[in-house]
Design a protein around this ligand. Structure first.
Ligand code: NAD
Ligand code: UDP
Length: 326
């Protein structure tokens, strides 16, 4: 049956892919976003669909809706440079955003899903990371506004569940990439691709031996959707691709897929508290959602490169027209 679904952060990278899927399911979708990191271009294609509605609002303010069946809470900057830009705002977005979606859900009886993160494992001492691992987070460091903020949101979800029987779901997302990321997002996959396409230096932070597990956005959307529909488990459930790569391997793979690039690999300072390793244990997702990530890194990178090539081509033709007009 068609539902009314609220997606906070719906104009962002992941949110816009989720909305596309929900509209495809026949749902009525409300996208709440303040466009801090979201892009109007991401949601433009939905504008002509009468089942799509935009609420331009900050998630830290109460959400005035009477009827909603499901809520996906994604509103929060996700890239380190963006969430560290105004750490107080990031912490507030995590806590107040969670509070406002939980208030809405308990008032309307909606099911509410929190987009949490592998960051709650910090710089993990257990590898790969299962959900019961309590993590190794720097409480006072520069990533704290995001990772402790997300931990607090998870805690608040369970407080509402225990106190008000709110119907909650929590997923912990591992590094996700794909089309519709911003060219200036600042995360590693988009940085390396944009640098390689523009013949700029590929910026490896530290010696590049740190690892991450990269998940293509289509896999994540499938996992999120299944998590929301099932009634087996509230979570938290890890969603990620268990393939693990060093950052140097990623750089070499990107260059291998853009063979005409004249970029060179350069080393830059490693940011404070940068986790050394990351790989999800996805046993729970397999058992309760029948889900596992399917898209290999090479395949996902190829379509992400195609996307950025198109965006950068559009940008350079606009700049060329502006130069001619000047
Ligand atoms: P994104 O920055 O592209 O999207 C975030 C969206 O939230 C943007 O549209 C932004 O404008 C909006 N937003 C931010 N603050 C807001 C506020 N106060 N009020 C209303 N809207 C606000 O990032 P993304 O990669 O699409 O991430 C989406 C969610 O998934 C985030 O909650 C993030 O923490 C989580 N997540 C993402 C990853 C990943 O690898 N992409 C990993 C773990 C968790
Ligand atoms: N990184 C890098 N070069 C970049 C951007 C990031 O070497 O241009 C590194 C970063 O230091 C980290 C890894 O890539 O070790 C993943 O960074 P990202 O910001 O994508 O995600 P997170 O650190 O939040 O997992």
């Amino acid at each position: 049956m068609a539902k009314t679904v609220l997606v906070t952060g719906g104009a962002g990278f992941i949110g816009s892919h989720l909305i596309e899927r929900l509209l495809g399911e026949g749902d009525e979708v409300i996208c709440l976003d303040n466009f801090f990191t979201g892009q109007r271009r991401n949601i433009e294609p939905f504008g002509s669909d009468p089942r799509f509605h935009l609420m331009e609002q900050d998630v830290t303010t109460p959400i005035d809706l009477d009827r909603v069946d499901q809520v996906y809470n994604l509103a929060c900057p996700a890239s380190p440079p963006h969430y560290q830009f105004d750490p107080v705002m990031t912490r507030k977005t995590n806590f107040m955003g969670a509070l406002n979606v939980l208030e809405l859900a308990s008032r309307t009886g909606a099911r509410v899903l929190q987009a949490s993160t592998s960051e709650v494992y910090g710089d993990p001492l257990v590898h790969p990371q299962p959900e019961e691992y309590r993590g190794n987070v720097s409480i006072t460091g520069i990533r704290s506004c995001y990772d402790v903020g997300k931990m607090d949101a998870e805690g608040l979800f369970f407080d509402y569940h225990r106190a008000h029987n709110t119907d909650i779901r929590i997923i912990r997302i591992f590094n996700t990439y794909g089309p519709r990321m911003r060219p200036d997002d600042g995360r590693v996959v988009s940085n390396f691709i944009v640098e390689a396409l523009q013949d700029e230096d590929i910026t490896i932070y530290g010696d590049g031996s740190q690892t991450r597990s990269f998940q293509y956005v289509d896999d994540l959307v499938e996992g999120m959707f299944r998590m929301m529909q099932q009634t087996d488990i509230a979570g938290p459930v890890n969603l990620g691709n268990p393939g693990e790569f060093t950052i140097r391997e990623l750089a070499e793979m990107v260059l291998g897929l853009i063979p005409q690039s004249r970029s060179r690999l350069v080393q830059m300072n490693l940011p404070q508290d940068d986790p050394q390793q990351r790989r999800p244990d996805t046993t729970l997702a397999g058992k309760h959602l029948g889900w596992k990530a399917e898209v290999p890194l090479q395949t996902g990178l190829t379509s992400t490169i195609d996307y950025f090539r198109e965006i950068l081509d559009q940008k350079s033709s606009v700049e060329a027209v502006e130069t001619l007009a000047a």
